[in-house]
Design a protein around this ligand. Structure first.
Ligand SMILES: [Zn+2]
Ligand SMILES: [Zn+2]
Length: 605
């Protein structure tokens, strides 16, 4: 092998690391399109069939970028394995026999067990029990040795039989009433996260990762099999609905990407009505389970919490069209991020990604103990003029640096307000909540900070946002400019890692902001009440793109593109000047020789 081709295979090796193993976790509200995205990832490039790029008359560099991404993916596409949450749940459901299943269904749906048996039929019961046996066998094989994992029996069980049977369960239980399956599986999932078992809801803290661990086992199975036939392992987890599960994979795999799929609420609901036959009442129930208003204690660990999953997402995708259009926009976004996962730095970020990343980086500066938000405000050309994060006014001490003990003992007096120090009702409630003598740090060693707003609201029996000590990220970004001077923001663009509240929306409107990009798809009534009125309504755009860790990972090239090209195409870039010099030397030498010969001939004459 020549040196050039050795370099080329070394280069392949380097990029192979990114190409051969990718885990994409999808998250989003039911009906927003996670499963559609997963199906697209699991298909061949021909049936994925993303929109063809234009090749002349580019309207912008974004069009040119799309062409680059499309052409790369066309050559490097690989089909994803689709691991569905509901199939994982089925593996837990099958740990018991049909008796447990029918009893559980009976208590959940308020149905008679005999009735359930009859309606589901003897065939269903038989299949259930047979798969239950196989599940027991599979478990034994896997436990006996890790090597058991690559048996075909295990693969067929998890990747063929279980998904098929999940479909059968779905069809079978939905005869009782539409939506029974969704409700049943949401309860199973909560149970599994709580107890490690489908049929028990006794909270055992060791089991919060149980679902994620089983998914991970399947990923390991795929990796072992791929060693045999040297295939790539591309996995799509559909879907991640609990933030701790997202962290589980993030801690394990650097090539894990959490992808949030969002849709307009009206599109989403229309899809649920049409595809799942859900009534509005049932949609409301599904939504409530996915977006719990306030989680208490252990619920935090086992409940679904889609808003927090979306906050954690690496890549935000907006599924704004319906099947009728062939999911054009969805596909284009998938093309972009899949190509970047396989080849980081292939294109540069979009201008809104660039700005949102600044807002995202700003948010960790916040000393608020309930939530960190970042914002960036740019002029009409997306040139960022200021950033901000939610925090107390400059000169005051942020919440995370204050603690109950100092307040109680009267130490670090500058950090606490006159009201906090002197109001006896307030202090009484602090003592009641935290007790006396808490110590400045807690048993786990973190400071015992407190949220003034929560305590004051508890005192007033209200939920008043006015009591928050911090300025909001968006208003802080605006204020930077009044404080330190700068350019006017009229006609500008606002970026926020959350969504603008009513107060900040009002300020944005007054400043003359024309576009607001936000990540959190739960904007309350700020949009309809504050922004949808009058003659200068700003656009509200759900952000699409990569943020945070993924921004670096996807856009930071592994090596300079120029070097990569040189090696991969075995290019030989000549040094034209030194070629000329060599030629001159050669000719001079020849010339010298000829001159000598000429002189000799002249002498002979
Ligand atoms: Zn705070
Ligand atoms: Zn606000």
């Amino acid at each position: 092998m020549s040196n050039a081709s050795k370099s080329k295979s070394a280069l392949n090796k380097v990029f192979e690391e990114r190409r051969k193993f990718i885990v994409v976790g999808l998250t989003g509200r039911t009906g927003s399109g996670c499963t559609t995205a997963a199906r697209l990832l699991a298909s061949s490039f021909e049936s994925f069939c993303p929109p063809r790029p234009v090749s002349v008359n580019f309207e912008s560099d974004e069009d040119r970028k799309y062409k680059v991404l499309y052409e790369y993916l066309d050559k490097n596409w690989g089909r994803f394995h689709h691991i569905q949450l509901r199939d994982l749940i089925t593996t837990f459901v099958l740990e018991n026999d049909f008796g447990s299943f029918s009893a559980f269904l009976s208590s959940l749906a308020g149905l008679d067990v005999v009735d359930i048996r009859q309606k589901l039929g003897a065939g269903f019961e038989e299949d259930f029990n047979k798969l239950h046996e196989e599940r027991v066998q599979a478990k034994l094989m896997v436990e006996k040795s890790e090597g058991g994992l690559d048996e075909d029996f295990i693969y067929d069980f998890y990747f063929k039989k279980v998904p098929e049977f999940t479909q059968i369960i779905r069809k079978s239980v939905d005869i009782f009433s539409t939506g029974t399956f969704t409700k049943l599986y949401q309860s199973f999932a909560n149970n599994i996260r709580r107890s490690g078992l489908a049929y028990s809801d006794v909270f055992k803290p060791d089991n919060i990762y149980k679902l994620a661990q089983r998914a991970n086992k399947l990923i390991k199975l795929l990796r072992r099999r791929s060693l045999k036939n040297s295939e790539r392992v591309l996995v799509c987890l559909d879907a991640i609905r609990n933030p701790f599960e997202a962290s589980f994979f993030r801690e394990r795999y650097s090539s894990f990407y959490l992808m949030a799929i969002s849709a307009h609420d009206s599109d989403r609901k229309a899809r649920l009505r049409r595809d799942l036959n859900l009534t509005d009442v049932k949609i409301k129930a599904v939504d409530l389970r996915e977006n719990p208003e306030k989680l208490k204690g252990d619920e935090f660990f086992f409940s679904q919490d889609i808003p927090r999953c979306i906050q954690l997402a690496d890549v935000h995708i907006f599924n704004q069209e319906d099947a009728g259009s062939g999911y054009r926009e969805l596909k284009k976004q998938l093309v972009k991020y899949l190509a970047l996962m396989m080849h980081p730095g292939l294109v540069t970020p979009s201008r809104s990604e660039r700005c949102m990343q600044l807002a995202f980086d700003a948010k960790v500066n916040s000393g608020c103990i309930s939530r960190q938000v970042g914002a960036a405000v740019a002029d009409a050309n997306y040139s960022v003029k200021a950033i901000g994060w939610n925090d107390v006014a400059q000169g005051q001490t942020p919440c995370n640096l204050r603690n109950v003990e100092d307040l109680q003992k009267g130490e670090d007096r500058d950090a606490y307000s006159k009201y906090e120090k002197e109001n006896s009702e307030f202090r009484g409630l602090v003592d009641r909540i935290y007790g006396r003598g808490v110590g400045s740090s807690t048993s786990s060693g973190i400071p015992c900070s407190f949220c003034f707003k929560d305590i004051q609201n508890s005192l007033d029996g209200e939920k008043n946002q006015v009591h928050t000590r911090a300025l909001h990220a968006e208003e802080n970004a605006f204020i930077q400019i009044s404080k330190y001077g700068g350019q006017p923001l009229e006609g500008g663009v606002l970026f926020t890692t959350a969504s603008p509240c009513e107060l900040c929306s009002k300020k944005a409107y007054q400043i003359g902001i024309t576009k607001i990009f936000y990540i959190d798809p739960y904007p309350g009534i700020a949009k309809d009440q504050i922004l949808r009125i009058g003659g200068r309504q700003p656009d509200l755009c759900l952000f699409t793109g990569a943020v945070g860790r993924a921004y670096q990972q996807l856009f930071d090239p592994i090596m300079p593109y120029k070097e990569e090209l040189k090696i991969s195409e075995m290019l030989n870039v000549p040094n034209v000047k030194s070629e000329l010099r060599a030629r001159i030397k050669e000719l001079e030498y020849k010339n010298g020789r000829l001159q000598g010969e000429l002189d000799r001939l002249k002498e002979d004459l």
